[in-house]
Write a protein that binds this ligand. Structure first.
Ligand SMILES: [Zn+2]
Length: 120
């Protein structure tokens, strides 16, 4: 895993480039306060939790919404990445994901499940 390259990627990614659908906007708004430990963990490996690569939401229900999985890009080699569980959320290497359009060595991780307030 290349933490410096991952950090640079997230720092250089403008928020305006993100998907503007309500599901993604709600995620970006709510995720850090709902999962502070998870945010810290991802930050330690260079990931900004507010900049997901892909979200997979279910329909909102009673002002709550579940994302069955959310994916993030990580630079470097997946071999020294350790899968774990934080705040009941599993952090694993994604088995499939959309095309990333990144040329450098990278992989995609998946955090699941995520339950947030629906505040749109
Ligand atoms: Zn979206």
């Amino acid at each position: 895993m290349n933490i410096e390259a991952t950090k640079t990627y997230y720092e250089n990614m403008p928020l305006k480039d993100f998907c503007h659908c309500d599901y993604c906007q709600n995620y970006i708004k709510e995720i850090r306060k709902a999962y502070p430990l998870l945010a810290n963990y991802l930050e330690a490996i260079g990931i900004n939790i507010e900049k997901p690569f892909e979200t997979m939401p279910l329909e909102p229900d009673n002002n709550r919404i579940e994302y069955i999985a959310v994916q993030y890009v990580v630079f470097g080699d997946f071999k020294n990445f350790k899968e774990t569980i934080i705040s009941n959320v599993s952090i694993q290497i994604a088995k499939s994901h959309p095309y990333t359009d990144i040329n450098e060595k990278h992989f995609v991780i998946e955090i699941a499940p995520i339950i947030l307030n629906w505040d749109i």
